[in-house]
Design a protein. Structure first.
Length: 453
Protein backbone atom coordinates (compact mmCIF):
# COMPACT_ATOMS: atom_id res chain seq x y z
CA UNK A 1 0.00 0.00 0.00
CA UNK A 2 2.84 2.38 0.82
CA UNK A 3 4.47 1.69 -2.56
CA UNK A 4 1.22 2.41 -4.43
CA UNK A 5 0.77 5.51 -2.31
CA UNK A 6 4.10 6.97 -3.46
CA UNK A 7 3.56 5.88 -7.08
CA UNK A 8 0.38 7.99 -7.26
CA UNK A 9 2.37 10.98 -5.97
CA UNK A 10 4.99 10.51 -8.69
CA UNK A 11 2.38 10.04 -11.45
CA UNK A 12 0.55 13.18 -10.36
CA UNK A 13 3.83 15.12 -10.39
CA UNK A 14 4.55 14.06 -13.98
CA UNK A 15 1.02 14.77 -15.24
CA UNK A 16 0.70 18.19 -13.58
CA UNK A 17 4.03 19.23 -15.13
CA UNK A 18 3.10 17.77 -18.53
CA UNK A 19 3.00 21.09 -20.42
CA UNK A 20 6.41 22.10 -18.94
CA UNK A 21 5.44 25.75 -18.54
CA UNK A 22 6.85 27.63 -15.58
CA UNK A 23 3.46 27.56 -13.84
CA UNK A 24 3.01 23.83 -14.46
CA UNK A 25 6.48 22.98 -13.16
CA UNK A 26 6.00 25.16 -10.07
CA UNK A 27 2.67 23.52 -9.23
CA UNK A 28 4.02 20.03 -9.92
CA UNK A 29 6.79 20.59 -7.37
CA UNK A 30 4.30 22.02 -4.86
CA UNK A 31 2.24 18.85 -5.22
CA UNK A 32 5.15 16.48 -4.77
CA UNK A 33 6.55 18.38 -1.76
CA UNK A 34 3.22 18.41 0.07
CA UNK A 35 2.47 14.79 -0.70
CA UNK A 36 5.98 13.76 0.28
CA UNK A 37 5.13 15.20 3.70
CA UNK A 38 2.18 12.80 3.74
CA UNK A 39 4.51 10.00 2.62
CA UNK A 40 6.77 10.75 5.58
CA UNK A 41 3.69 10.52 7.81
CA UNK A 42 2.92 7.12 6.29
CA UNK A 43 6.53 6.04 6.98
CA UNK A 44 6.25 7.21 10.61
CA UNK A 45 3.11 5.07 10.91
CA UNK A 46 4.97 2.02 9.59
CA UNK A 47 7.76 2.49 12.14
CA UNK A 48 5.20 2.97 14.91
CA UNK A 49 3.40 -0.22 13.84
CA UNK A 50 6.64 -2.18 13.88
CA UNK A 51 7.78 -0.87 17.27
CA UNK A 52 4.49 -0.92 19.18
CA UNK A 53 2.42 -3.61 17.47
CA UNK A 54 4.95 -5.84 15.74
CA UNK A 55 3.05 -6.12 12.45
CA UNK A 56 2.86 -4.65 8.96
CA UNK A 57 -0.48 -6.32 8.24
CA UNK A 58 -3.19 -3.71 7.82
CA UNK A 59 -5.86 -6.19 8.94
CA UNK A 60 -3.97 -7.05 12.13
CA UNK A 61 -3.34 -3.35 12.72
CA UNK A 62 -7.09 -2.60 12.52
CA UNK A 63 -8.00 -5.47 14.86
CA UNK A 64 -5.35 -4.57 17.45
CA UNK A 65 -6.07 -0.85 17.15
CA UNK A 66 -9.81 -1.33 17.66
CA UNK A 67 -9.16 -3.42 20.78
CA UNK A 68 -6.35 -1.24 22.18
CA UNK A 69 -6.63 2.35 20.87
CA UNK A 70 -3.75 3.62 23.00
CA UNK A 71 -1.37 1.12 21.39
CA UNK A 72 -2.22 2.40 17.89
CA UNK A 73 -2.65 6.11 18.71
CA UNK A 74 0.54 7.40 17.07
CA UNK A 75 0.26 5.14 14.02
CA UNK A 76 -3.38 6.11 13.43
CA UNK A 77 -2.57 9.81 13.75
CA UNK A 78 0.33 9.51 11.28
CA UNK A 79 -1.79 7.53 8.79
CA UNK A 80 -4.62 10.04 9.14
CA UNK A 81 -2.14 12.84 8.46
CA UNK A 82 -1.01 11.02 5.29
CA UNK A 83 -4.63 10.69 4.18
CA UNK A 84 -5.31 14.36 4.88
CA UNK A 85 -2.38 15.50 2.70
CA UNK A 86 -3.34 13.20 -0.17
CA UNK A 87 -6.98 14.34 0.06
CA UNK A 88 -5.81 17.98 -0.21
CA UNK A 89 -7.36 19.10 3.06
CA UNK A 90 -6.40 22.47 4.47
CA UNK A 91 -3.56 23.48 4.87
CA UNK A 92 -2.52 21.21 1.97
CA UNK A 93 -5.33 22.30 -0.37
CA UNK A 94 -3.11 24.54 -2.51
CA UNK A 95 -1.52 21.61 -4.34
CA UNK A 96 -4.87 20.58 -5.80
CA UNK A 97 -5.72 24.15 -6.80
CA UNK A 98 -2.36 24.39 -8.55
CA UNK A 99 -2.97 21.08 -10.28
CA UNK A 100 -5.74 22.72 -12.30
CA UNK A 101 -3.06 23.92 -14.79
CA UNK A 102 -2.82 20.31 -15.99
CA UNK A 103 -4.79 19.14 -19.06
CA UNK A 104 -8.47 18.62 -18.27
CA UNK A 105 -8.41 14.79 -18.61
CA UNK A 106 -5.67 14.78 -15.96
CA UNK A 107 -7.94 16.77 -13.66
CA UNK A 108 -10.79 14.37 -14.33
CA UNK A 109 -8.61 11.34 -13.64
CA UNK A 110 -6.31 12.28 -10.78
CA UNK A 111 -8.20 14.97 -8.94
CA UNK A 112 -11.71 13.55 -9.10
CA UNK A 113 -11.43 9.81 -8.89
CA UNK A 114 -7.95 8.45 -8.18
CA UNK A 115 -5.22 10.59 -6.64
CA UNK A 116 -7.29 12.44 -4.04
CA UNK A 117 -9.54 9.44 -3.43
CA UNK A 118 -6.53 7.46 -2.19
CA UNK A 119 -6.48 9.73 0.87
CA UNK A 120 -10.14 9.30 1.78
CA UNK A 121 -9.93 5.57 0.99
CA UNK A 122 -7.26 5.19 3.66
CA UNK A 123 -9.25 7.25 6.16
CA UNK A 124 -12.45 5.25 5.56
CA UNK A 125 -10.48 2.02 6.08
CA UNK A 126 -9.19 3.51 9.36
CA UNK A 127 -12.73 4.41 10.50
CA UNK A 128 -13.15 1.50 12.98
CA UNK A 129 -9.99 2.54 14.82
CA UNK A 130 -10.81 6.24 14.61
CA UNK A 131 -14.19 5.50 16.19
CA UNK A 132 -12.48 4.39 19.41
CA UNK A 133 -9.46 6.76 19.31
CA UNK A 134 -10.53 10.17 20.68
CA UNK A 135 -7.59 12.39 19.68
CA UNK A 136 -7.13 11.18 16.06
CA UNK A 137 -10.91 11.09 15.60
CA UNK A 138 -11.33 14.72 16.69
CA UNK A 139 -8.45 15.75 14.43
CA UNK A 140 -9.96 14.05 11.39
CA UNK A 141 -13.49 15.35 12.06
CA UNK A 142 -12.39 18.95 12.64
CA UNK A 143 -9.93 19.09 9.73
CA UNK A 144 -12.54 17.63 7.38
CA UNK A 145 -15.38 19.78 8.69
CA UNK A 146 -13.43 23.05 8.61
CA UNK A 147 -12.17 22.28 5.10
CA UNK A 148 -15.70 21.47 3.92
CA UNK A 149 -17.30 24.69 5.10
CA UNK A 150 -14.46 27.10 4.27
CA UNK A 151 -13.77 25.72 0.78
CA UNK A 152 -17.51 25.78 0.05
CA UNK A 153 -17.51 29.47 0.95
CA UNK A 154 -14.43 30.17 -1.18
CA UNK A 155 -16.02 28.44 -4.19
CA UNK A 156 -18.69 31.18 -4.18
CA UNK A 157 -16.07 33.81 -5.07
CA UNK A 158 -14.73 31.91 -8.13
CA UNK A 159 -15.76 32.47 -11.74
CA UNK A 160 -13.12 30.15 -13.25
CA UNK A 161 -15.04 26.90 -13.72
CA UNK A 162 -12.05 24.65 -12.98
CA UNK A 163 -11.35 26.51 -9.72
CA UNK A 164 -15.01 26.10 -8.74
CA UNK A 165 -14.64 22.39 -9.39
CA UNK A 166 -11.36 22.32 -7.45
CA UNK A 167 -12.80 24.02 -4.37
CA UNK A 168 -15.90 21.86 -4.58
CA UNK A 169 -13.68 18.77 -4.77
CA UNK A 170 -11.70 19.81 -1.68
CA UNK A 171 -14.94 20.60 0.17
CA UNK A 172 -16.57 17.27 -0.65
CA UNK A 173 -13.42 15.41 0.31
CA UNK A 174 -13.61 17.28 3.62
CA UNK A 175 -17.11 15.91 4.19
CA UNK A 176 -15.88 12.37 3.47
CA UNK A 177 -12.97 12.92 5.87
CA UNK A 178 -15.41 14.07 8.57
CA UNK A 179 -17.49 10.90 8.04
CA UNK A 180 -14.37 8.78 8.46
CA UNK A 181 -13.59 10.63 11.67
CA UNK A 182 -17.05 9.81 13.07
CA UNK A 183 -16.28 6.18 12.29
CA UNK A 184 -19.73 4.60 12.74
CA UNK A 185 -21.28 2.11 10.32
CA UNK A 186 -23.76 4.74 9.10
CA UNK A 187 -20.97 7.28 8.49
CA UNK A 188 -18.90 4.75 6.53
CA UNK A 189 -21.95 3.87 4.37
CA UNK A 190 -22.45 7.56 3.62
CA UNK A 191 -18.72 8.09 2.92
CA UNK A 192 -18.67 5.23 0.40
CA UNK A 193 -21.48 6.80 -1.64
CA UNK A 194 -20.01 10.29 -1.35
CA UNK A 195 -16.83 8.87 -2.87
CA UNK A 196 -18.71 7.08 -5.66
CA UNK A 197 -20.97 9.91 -6.81
CA UNK A 198 -18.36 12.61 -6.39
CA UNK A 199 -15.85 10.68 -8.52
CA UNK A 200 -18.24 10.12 -11.45
CA UNK A 201 -19.97 13.53 -11.38
CA UNK A 202 -16.72 15.49 -11.09
CA UNK A 203 -15.07 13.51 -13.88
CA UNK A 204 -18.03 14.37 -16.11
CA UNK A 205 -17.88 18.05 -15.14
CA UNK A 206 -14.15 18.37 -15.70
CA UNK A 207 -14.49 16.84 -19.16
CA UNK A 208 -17.45 19.13 -19.94
CA UNK A 209 -15.46 22.22 -18.93
CA UNK A 210 -12.53 21.09 -21.08
CA UNK A 211 -14.77 20.56 -24.13
CA UNK A 212 -16.50 23.92 -23.57
CA UNK A 213 -13.14 25.69 -23.30
CA UNK A 214 -11.99 24.20 -26.62
CA UNK A 215 -15.06 25.52 -28.44
CA UNK A 216 -15.99 28.82 -26.78
CA UNK A 217 -12.43 29.80 -25.92
CA UNK A 218 -12.95 30.23 -22.18
CA UNK A 219 -13.46 28.27 -18.96
CA UNK A 220 -15.01 31.26 -17.20
CA UNK A 221 -18.58 30.74 -16.04
CA UNK A 222 -19.46 34.28 -17.13
CA UNK A 223 -18.66 33.29 -20.73
CA UNK A 224 -21.12 30.38 -20.64
CA UNK A 225 -24.13 32.57 -21.48
CA UNK A 226 -26.46 30.78 -23.88
CA UNK A 227 -24.45 27.54 -23.71
CA UNK A 228 -27.77 25.70 -23.73
CA UNK A 229 -28.27 27.07 -27.26
CA UNK A 230 -24.66 27.18 -28.41
CA UNK A 231 -23.80 23.64 -27.26
CA UNK A 232 -27.13 21.98 -26.38
CA UNK A 233 -25.85 18.45 -25.79
CA UNK A 234 -22.80 19.51 -23.81
CA UNK A 235 -24.89 21.90 -21.69
CA UNK A 236 -27.22 19.04 -20.79
CA UNK A 237 -24.32 16.83 -19.77
CA UNK A 238 -22.93 19.68 -17.67
CA UNK A 239 -26.32 20.30 -16.07
CA UNK A 240 -26.64 16.59 -15.27
CA UNK A 241 -23.30 16.64 -13.46
CA UNK A 242 -24.16 19.81 -11.55
CA UNK A 243 -27.60 18.54 -10.52
CA UNK A 244 -26.09 15.29 -9.27
CA UNK A 245 -23.80 17.27 -6.96
CA UNK A 246 -26.42 19.09 -4.93
CA UNK A 247 -30.11 18.40 -5.55
CA UNK A 248 -32.66 15.60 -5.14
CA UNK A 249 -33.26 12.92 -6.29
CA UNK A 250 -29.64 12.29 -7.24
CA UNK A 251 -27.30 10.11 -5.21
CA UNK A 252 -25.04 12.81 -3.80
CA UNK A 253 -27.90 14.38 -1.84
CA UNK A 254 -28.96 10.97 -0.52
CA UNK A 255 -25.40 10.39 0.67
CA UNK A 256 -25.41 13.80 2.36
CA UNK A 257 -28.70 12.92 4.05
CA UNK A 258 -27.13 9.73 5.37
CA UNK A 259 -24.17 11.83 6.54
CA UNK A 260 -26.52 14.13 8.44
CA UNK A 261 -28.22 11.13 10.07
CA UNK A 262 -24.87 9.73 11.21
CA UNK A 263 -23.90 13.13 12.70
CA UNK A 264 -27.22 13.37 14.54
CA UNK A 265 -27.01 9.82 15.88
CA UNK A 266 -23.54 10.48 17.31
CA UNK A 267 -24.54 13.91 18.68
CA UNK A 268 -21.89 15.76 16.67
CA UNK A 269 -23.46 19.22 17.02
CA UNK A 270 -20.47 21.06 15.54
CA UNK A 271 -20.49 18.85 12.44
CA UNK A 272 -24.25 19.30 12.01
CA UNK A 273 -23.80 23.10 11.99
CA UNK A 274 -20.84 22.81 9.61
CA UNK A 275 -22.86 20.58 7.26
CA UNK A 276 -25.78 23.04 7.27
CA UNK A 277 -23.71 26.13 6.44
CA UNK A 278 -21.42 24.30 4.01
CA UNK A 279 -24.40 22.82 2.14
CA UNK A 280 -25.99 26.27 1.88
CA UNK A 281 -22.81 27.60 0.27
CA UNK A 282 -22.74 24.54 -2.00
CA UNK A 283 -26.29 25.26 -3.15
CA UNK A 284 -25.35 28.86 -3.92
CA UNK A 285 -22.35 28.28 -6.19
CA UNK A 286 -23.88 25.31 -8.02
CA UNK A 287 -27.22 27.10 -8.55
CA UNK A 288 -25.41 30.15 -9.96
CA UNK A 289 -23.61 28.01 -12.51
CA UNK A 290 -26.74 26.03 -13.39
CA UNK A 291 -28.70 29.25 -13.95
CA UNK A 292 -25.92 30.64 -16.13
CA UNK A 293 -26.23 27.73 -18.56
CA UNK A 294 -29.96 28.07 -19.22
CA UNK A 295 -31.05 31.41 -17.81
CA UNK A 296 -30.93 33.66 -20.90
CA UNK A 297 -33.03 33.36 -24.06
CA UNK A 298 -31.46 33.87 -27.45
CA UNK A 299 -30.65 32.38 -30.83
CA UNK A 300 -26.85 32.09 -31.07
CA UNK A 301 -24.99 29.86 -33.52
CA UNK A 302 -24.50 26.24 -32.58
CA UNK A 303 -20.75 25.57 -32.26
CA UNK A 304 -21.19 21.98 -31.14
CA UNK A 305 -20.72 20.54 -34.62
CA UNK A 306 -16.93 20.65 -34.20
CA UNK A 307 -16.82 18.45 -31.09
CA UNK A 308 -14.84 15.30 -31.87
CA UNK A 309 -16.48 11.86 -31.59
CA UNK A 310 -13.88 10.78 -29.01
CA UNK A 311 -14.98 13.64 -26.75
CA UNK A 312 -18.61 12.58 -27.06
CA UNK A 313 -17.71 8.98 -26.22
CA UNK A 314 -15.95 9.98 -22.99
CA UNK A 315 -18.74 12.38 -21.99
CA UNK A 316 -21.46 9.85 -22.79
CA UNK A 317 -19.62 7.15 -20.84
CA UNK A 318 -19.40 9.29 -17.69
CA UNK A 319 -23.01 10.48 -18.05
CA UNK A 320 -24.26 6.88 -18.39
CA UNK A 321 -22.20 5.78 -15.39
CA UNK A 322 -23.63 8.65 -13.37
CA UNK A 323 -27.23 7.86 -14.26
CA UNK A 324 -26.75 4.12 -13.71
CA UNK A 325 -25.11 4.71 -10.32
CA UNK A 326 -28.05 6.89 -9.24
CA UNK A 327 -30.70 4.51 -10.59
CA UNK A 328 -29.11 1.37 -9.14
CA UNK A 329 -28.03 2.92 -5.84
CA UNK A 330 -30.06 0.36 -3.81
CA UNK A 331 -28.39 -2.50 -5.70
CA UNK A 332 -24.91 -1.04 -5.19
CA UNK A 333 -25.70 -0.65 -1.50
CA UNK A 334 -26.88 -4.27 -1.12
CA UNK A 335 -24.17 -5.89 -3.24
CA UNK A 336 -21.06 -3.80 -2.53
CA UNK A 337 -21.32 -1.34 0.36
CA UNK A 338 -23.47 -3.13 2.93
CA UNK A 339 -21.43 -6.37 2.84
CA UNK A 340 -18.26 -4.37 3.60
CA UNK A 341 -19.90 -2.43 6.43
CA UNK A 342 -21.32 -5.64 7.90
CA UNK A 343 -17.93 -7.36 7.72
CA UNK A 344 -16.32 -4.52 9.70
CA UNK A 345 -19.02 -3.54 12.20
CA UNK A 346 -21.50 -6.44 12.24
CA UNK A 347 -24.09 -3.67 11.79
CA UNK A 348 -26.05 -2.34 8.83
CA UNK A 349 -24.94 1.08 7.68
CA UNK A 350 -27.95 1.98 5.53
CA UNK A 351 -30.23 4.34 7.46
CA UNK A 352 -32.42 5.26 4.49
CA UNK A 353 -35.13 2.73 3.72
CA UNK A 354 -34.88 0.71 0.50
CA UNK A 355 -38.32 1.98 -0.60
CA UNK A 356 -37.10 5.59 -0.46
CA UNK A 357 -33.94 4.70 -2.38
CA UNK A 358 -35.96 3.04 -5.15
CA UNK A 359 -38.36 6.00 -5.23
CA UNK A 360 -35.36 8.31 -5.74
CA UNK A 361 -34.16 6.02 -8.53
CA UNK A 362 -37.48 6.34 -10.37
CA UNK A 363 -37.35 10.13 -9.99
CA UNK A 364 -33.84 10.16 -11.49
CA UNK A 365 -35.15 8.35 -14.58
CA UNK A 366 -37.90 10.95 -15.02
CA UNK A 367 -35.49 13.89 -14.62
CA UNK A 368 -33.01 12.44 -17.13
CA UNK A 369 -35.77 11.80 -19.70
CA UNK A 370 -37.02 15.39 -19.36
CA UNK A 371 -33.48 16.82 -19.54
CA UNK A 372 -32.47 14.99 -22.70
CA UNK A 373 -35.86 14.92 -24.46
CA UNK A 374 -35.73 16.46 -27.90
CA UNK A 375 -31.92 16.40 -28.23
CA UNK A 376 -30.94 16.01 -31.88
CA UNK A 377 -34.35 16.90 -33.30
CA UNK A 378 -34.33 19.57 -35.98
CA UNK A 379 -37.49 21.42 -35.09
CA UNK A 380 -38.50 24.64 -36.80
CA UNK A 381 -38.75 27.29 -34.14
CA UNK A 382 -40.63 30.51 -34.56
CA UNK A 383 -38.26 33.39 -33.77
CA UNK A 384 -39.64 36.37 -31.89
CA UNK A 385 -38.06 39.47 -30.43
CA UNK A 386 -36.69 39.24 -26.94
CA UNK A 387 -39.23 40.53 -24.42
CA UNK A 388 -37.65 42.99 -21.99
CA UNK A 389 -40.74 44.21 -20.09
CA UNK A 390 -40.68 47.49 -21.97
CA UNK A 391 -39.95 49.08 -25.35
CA UNK A 392 -37.01 47.34 -26.99
CA UNK A 393 -34.21 49.47 -28.44
CA UNK A 394 -31.73 46.82 -29.63
CA UNK A 395 -32.47 43.09 -29.39
CA UNK A 396 -28.88 42.05 -30.11
CA UNK A 397 -27.51 43.95 -27.12
CA UNK A 398 -30.69 43.42 -25.06
CA UNK A 399 -31.25 47.14 -24.60
CA UNK A 400 -34.64 48.58 -23.73
CA UNK A 401 -36.22 51.94 -22.93
CA UNK A 402 -36.45 52.47 -19.20
CA UNK A 403 -39.00 54.47 -17.22
CA UNK A 404 -37.00 57.70 -17.70
CA UNK A 405 -36.87 57.22 -21.48
CA UNK A 406 -33.21 56.27 -21.23
CA UNK A 407 -31.55 53.11 -22.48
CA UNK A 408 -30.84 50.22 -20.14
CA UNK A 409 -29.04 47.01 -21.01
CA UNK A 410 -30.43 43.79 -19.53
CA UNK A 411 -27.60 41.62 -18.21
CA UNK A 412 -27.34 38.67 -15.89
CA UNK A 413 -24.10 38.54 -13.98
CA UNK A 414 -23.39 36.52 -10.90
CA UNK A 415 -22.61 37.90 -7.48
CA UNK A 416 -19.24 36.52 -6.39
CA UNK A 417 -18.83 38.52 -3.17
CA UNK A 418 -15.05 38.49 -3.32
CA UNK A 419 -14.80 40.86 -0.36
CA UNK A 420 -16.72 38.39 1.85
CA UNK A 421 -15.74 34.95 0.54
CA UNK A 422 -12.40 35.70 -1.11
CA UNK A 423 -9.48 33.30 -0.78
CA UNK A 424 -7.20 35.84 0.93
CA UNK A 425 -9.81 36.42 3.60
CA UNK A 426 -10.83 32.82 4.39
CA UNK A 427 -7.89 30.55 3.53
CA UNK A 428 -5.52 31.76 6.31
CA UNK A 429 -8.17 30.93 8.92
CA UNK A 430 -8.47 27.32 7.79
CA UNK A 431 -4.71 26.91 7.39
CA UNK A 432 -4.04 28.20 10.93
CA UNK A 433 -6.79 26.20 12.66
CA UNK A 434 -6.07 22.90 10.91
CA UNK A 435 -2.31 23.21 11.39
CA UNK A 436 -2.75 23.76 15.13
CA UNK A 437 -5.22 20.88 15.39
CA UNK A 438 -2.87 18.43 13.65
CA UNK A 439 0.21 19.55 15.63
CA UNK A 440 -1.66 19.22 18.93
CA UNK A 441 -2.97 15.76 17.98
CA UNK A 442 0.51 14.51 17.13
CA UNK A 443 1.79 15.67 20.52
CA UNK A 444 -1.13 14.07 22.39
CA UNK A 445 -0.85 10.80 20.46
CA UNK A 446 2.89 10.55 21.06
CA UNK A 447 2.55 11.25 24.77
CA UNK A 448 -0.14 8.57 25.02
CA UNK A 449 1.76 5.95 22.98
CA UNK A 450 3.91 3.12 24.38
CA UNK A 451 6.93 4.70 22.64
CA UNK A 452 6.82 7.63 25.09
CA UNK A 453 5.64 5.68 28.12
Amino acid sequence: MYTGWEVTTLCSFLLIGYTKTDEAIRNAFRQIIMNMAGGIGFLVALYACALTMGTFSFYEFLVMGANNPQLAALAVTALAFAGITKAAQMPFHTWLLGAMVAPTPTSALLHSSTMVKAGVFLLVKLAPVLHVSPAPSVMVMLVGGITFVLCSFMAISQSNAKRVLAYSTIANLGLIVACAGVGTAEAVWAACFLILFHAIAKSLLFLCVGTAEHHIGSRDIEDMDLLFDRMPRLARFMMLGIMCMFIAPFGMLLAKWATLVSFVDTHQVALIIILAFGSAATFMFWAKWLGKLAGIAGTPDNVEVTVKPTEWVSLLLMACLLVLACVFLPVISNVLVEPYVLSVYNLAGQDISADNLWLASLCVIVVVIVLFAGVGKNQKKRKVNVYLAGVGRDDDTRSFQNSLSGTTQATTRNWYMESVFGEKRIAPVGVAFNSLIMAATFVISYLASPLFL
